[in-house]
Design a protein around this ligand. Structure first.
Ligand code: F6R
Length: 610
């Protein structure tokens, strides 16, 4: 959740770190800090709030150095303030450390260190690590060894980077459960928790794995396991470009990412649909295809928006594959001692590929012998690397904290997997081709929906002061109701609930009066008549209704207050369309309330702690 950046080399590290932190700020943004080494001295600057505040202090101080580390924080232990901001240091400030993750045994370590006279300045778990490392430095170990010994005493998760005045030409970094990547430049090396921070400088990267520790110098790096085994790391060439992570003229990343969806969905399906065979080709599943096709049960596990995508996947798999499918919150799956049988396949869906609960659930399922497949957006992410196979979403970097294009990409990938497996089962060639024809029209149809942006903004004006919202849908559109409600609450802070429309009568209808906006997802499908009855029921109680309806449906206009008309498609692909107006509605309501949609309060882009 926090962001880590570091540099050692010929260049001034300060602008590299500040720029990198800005690119990572979407991950955590309640405080920021930087530490550099200059002529044998350490300098630390940190503050509560944005990286832009840190940038000002750095400019005022005229800070410049050839080695440094920086951090943007999302608080877990200790409120966001200057003292709790990273870097943290040892008592004489010769050693500085930034940490992403949670040290679970920090209380024990803190008590032990306090007994030896150490005074702690912050409320963080992280501050124990520099003191612990210092205790090994005092025993005569060099920095690398001291860090390695210290980490052997630590329980929990970490991505760390450390610099030390007495070994001023190196950064030592290590990873367990939190991402860390090394960037290889000319006469300089970088470290970061996310390649977005490096991409402006280098495309050659090395991913550290859990339990690995590395030291980077201006001209080289080397790595070991924390058990002291030598390892050779593979250098990977990134294909992503800097343009992909800039705002491209939009006011916010979220709007850019919503508007990109025709292209991102096209990218998710590019080269993967084969008309002649009415099927899909997914390279990352080829080696496991037989096992996957013969699965007796499929489980889909994820968190948040990705979990909603999983719910849509359940409808797809059960309709077309007739394989029993369950969807599990990863946080529940990992601790439930799940019953995993031979023949079970588990798909783990994650935009970031770094969500701690999803990664831990995958490791648990692997231990129990399930076939574990990943649907991830971030190439080379931990979940992707840990899986037995999988499919990348290829939606491009998603920077806005609220997930939008990754969701439509996840649905696209789930539909591709469905076609691929259904054609190996009992879907006919003609049906496969018909599906292909519907599929390839989706990007254009999204474009058509995006052209309703202004209309949706007008609707948002009407509802921006509402205190509550209900979102209702049936079948494939029930998960879309959940997703619409989640989008609204996370960026506008308006309380919103998603329900299957029929459930409304079992409780939520009690909330409905003239102050309650109700969003119905009501395209003309097999559940249309039923949803119209639900609309009547809300109308009778004076609820104000916004309906997402089919473009040729003129009847519905008479029943509801506002309609957003969208093109038709087959049921399985409908959620890729119905969610788009809901993203825009949430976006405009939040913007009209003057809120920061890219960095909503209390949230972080990738939840790398439990
Ligand atoms: C909501 C949102 C979160 C994420 C969730 C899982 O807009 O972004 O609910 O979907 O934290 O994240 P990933 O998909 O990265 O595993």
């Amino acid at each position: 959740m926090c962001g880590i950046v570091g540099y050692v080399g010929d260049k001034n590290c300060v602008p590299i770190i500040i720029e990198g932190l800005k690119r990572l700020e979407y991950r955590g943004y309640d405080s920021a800090g930087i530490a550099v080494l200059n002529n044998g001295n350490s300098i630390i600057l940190k503050n509560k709030g944005k990286v832009s505040f840190l940038e000002k202090s750095v400019e005022q101080a005229g800070l410049s150095a050839h080695i440094g580390i920086g951090h943007t924080r999302w608080a877990t232990h200790g409120i966001p303030n200057e003292l709790n901001a990273h870097p943290h240091c040892n008592t004489d400030q010769s050693l500085m450390l930034i940490h992403n993750g949670i040290i679970e045994n920090y209380q024990v370590l803190k008590t032990m260190l306090k007994k030896s006279g150490i005074k702690f300045l912050s409320d963080t778990d992280s501050e124990v690590i520099p003191h612990l490392i210092d205790s090994f430095l005092k025993k005569g170990h060099d920095l690398f060894e001291a860090v390695r010994f210290a980490l052997n005493e630590v329980e929990g998760t970490y991505g760390i980077a450390v610099i030390y005045t007495k070994e001023p030409n190196k950064i030592v970094c290590a990873k367990k459960g939190s991402p860390l990547v090394i960037g290889i430049g000319e006469n300089g090396h970088y470290i970061a928790s996310d390649v977005n921070a490096l991409i402006a400088h280098t495309k050659q990267v090395v991913y550290l794995e859990d339990g690995e520790i590395a030291e980077i110098f201006a001209d080289r790096f080397s790595a070991k396991t924390i058990e002291d085994e030598d390892i050779q790391k593979e250098i990977i060439e990134l294909t992503m470009s800097l343009d992909e992570i800039d705002r491209g003229g939009y006011q916010t990343f979220m709007l850019k990412e919503i508007m990109e969806q025709p292209e991102s969905v096209r990218n998710s399906m590019r080269g993967r649909l084969i008309f002649e065979e009415g099927t899909a080709k997914l390279g990352g599943l080829e080696s496991v295809l037989d096992r996957l096709s013969h699965s007796k049960r499929i489980i889909i596990s994820a968190c948040g928006t990705s979990w909603h995508a999983g719910l849509v996947g359940e409808y797809m798999f059960e309709q077309f594959l007739r394989i029993p499918t369950e969807v599990e919150y990863a946080s529940e799956l990992r601790y439930r001692n799940p019953i995993i049988n031979e023949g079970d396949t588990i798909f783990f869906i994650s935009q970031s590929g770094e969500t701690a609960d999803t990664l831990a659930a995958m490791k648990e399922a692997k231990r129990k012998g399930a076939l574990c497949l990943a649907i991830c957006n971030v190439v080379g992410s931990s979940i992707a690397r840990e899986s037995d196979g999988g499919v990348y979403i290829h939606a491009g970097p998603e920077i806005g904290v609220a997930s939008t294009k990754a969701f439509t990409g996840q649905l696209t990938v789930l539909a591709l997997i469905t076609i691929l497996l259904a054609r190996r089962k009992d879907m006919s060639l003609a049906d496969g081709k018909a599906l292909y024809n519907e599929f390839i029209q989706i990007p254009e149809k999204i474009q058509k929906i995006l052209s309703l942006n202004e209309k949706i903004e007008t609707i948002a004006e009407e509802f921006k002061d509402s205190k509550n919202f209900l979102y209702l849908g049936r079948g494939y559109n029930f998960p879309v109701a959940l997703e619409g409600a989640l989008k609204l609450k996370e960026i506008s802070y308006i309380h919103a609930e998603g329900y299957p429309a029929a459930e409304m009568k079992h409780g939520p209808i009690a909330l409905v009066d003239e102050n309650m906006p109700v969003v119905f997802i009501a395209p003309k499908d097999s559940t249309y008549d039923k949803i119209i009855s639900n609309i009547e029921e809300i109308k009778a109680r004076k609820g104000r209704i916004i309906a997402i309806a089919s473009e040729h449906d003129t009847e519905i206009d008479k029943l509801v207050d506002f309609t957003i008309k969208i093109p038709d498609t087959i049921r399985m692909l409908m959620p890729i369309l119905t969610v788009v107006p809901l993203q825009l509605l949430a976006y405009h309501i939040a913007m009209k309330k003057g809120l920061n949609v890219d960095q909503p309060r209390n949230l972080a882009k990738s939840v790398t702690v439990e």
